[in-house]
Design a protein around this ligand. Structure first.
Ligand SMILES: [Zn+2]
Length: 312
């Protein structure tokens, strides 16, 4: 066998089913999820088992029904909210295919980051499937701007993200972060960054029936001038890192990993969804490609195990 042969990068799924339970950030309802292996070409599919008939909702741009406060997908009589952190975990770990069975209207918030999902998926392990992975390779720049917010994507040989935020609040203010997204950088730099909210907004959201499950256990909460969580922040710039996590999760709904450089300024779920929709409407600005990888270098390993989980 030639250990230096080059082969097309293969699609992946997880080795075995894994389960988790928690409460929905917005609904406040207890919900259980079971993540199962799926065949090549299936992508990430959510299944609502608690509705009759059972609903299968592909995690794709076309199924997005709401982008206020979180990203929600839906079809006919069922929706699934706050999918972005779990989607980011799939994307960041390079998992192309999986079935997510869920018994409620929202993915559990866990600790407000993708870390518990990453740990769960790493516990399941990764399997390579006998079908090559297709990437969306950007050929021409595309950008969207609206009311001081913007997002753009331009050609690049890998997937990278640059993000700027600017909040009129002394704890956050201006933050910038950028990284080339791969499994290691995702796990160590952005996957563990938690969602955040302002105390006065939490009260307003609750009056509208949102953030009912929100607490210091699943979000960084900020009052007039400080972080209320006793353990403090995981990074001094945890806020902008979480925005990158959201962006990775939202763009995962393209259903293909990206080869392009994304530059985002103050964007949120709605604008991320607009960029993804625009790309799908403009097939002339990208092409679907396969990528070759060299085997025999130690990187073609078919399984990753818990010893590669970083401490968080
Ligand atoms: Zn988020």
């Amino acid at each position: 066998m030639n250990w230096n042969m080059t082969v097309k990068k293969q699609q992946t799924t997880i080795n075995r089913p894994v389960k988790a339970a928690g409460i929905g950030l917005h609904s406040g309802e207890k919900v259980s999820i079971k993540i199962k292996p799926a065949r090549a070409g299936m992508g990430i599919c959510f299944v609502r088992r608690d509705v009759d008939p059972t609903m299968i909702i592909p995690a794709k741009v076309a199924f997005v029904v709401d982008t206020s406060f979180a990203t929600t997908i839906g079809a006919s009589h069922a929706t699934i909210g706050t999918i972005e952190h779990l989607m980011a975990a799939f994307s960041g770990l390079g998992i192309d295919n999986a079935i997510v069975e869920i018994d409620g209207p929202e993915v559990p918030a866990m600790d407000g980051s993708a870390a518990p999902f990453m740990a769960l998926l790493m516990e399941a392990g990764l399997t390579h499937l006998r079908k090559s992975r297709k990437y969306m390779k950007i050929l021409e720049p595309v950008s969207i701007a609206h009311e001081g917010k913007s997002i753009s994507i331009e050609p690049a040989s890998s997937f990278s993200v640059s993000f700027d935020i600017d909040f009129a609040h002394r704890v956050i203010s201006r933050q910038h972060y950028e990284l080339e997204v791969n499994r290691k950088s995702f796990v160590q730099k952005v996957g563990i960054a938690r969602t955040f909210g302002f105390l006065h907004e939490v009260e307003f959201m609750r009056s509208r029936g949102l953030a009912l499950g929100g607490s210091l256990d699943n979000a960084v909460v900020i009052d007039e001038d400080s972080v209320l969580n006793s353990e403090g922040l995981r990074f001094s710039d945890e806020f902008v890192r979480h925005k990158i996590l959201d962006l990775i999760g939202d763009l995962a709904l393209l259903g293909m990993p990206l080869l392009g450089r994304v530059t985002a300024v103050k964007s949120g779920h709605a604008m991320h969804h607009s960029l993804a929709s625009l790309l799908l409407k403009k097939p002339e600005v990208w092409k679907m490609v396969e990528v070759e990888e060299r085997h025999g270098t130690g990187h073609g390993s078919s399984v990753f195990t818990r010893d590669k989980v970083v401490n968080y």
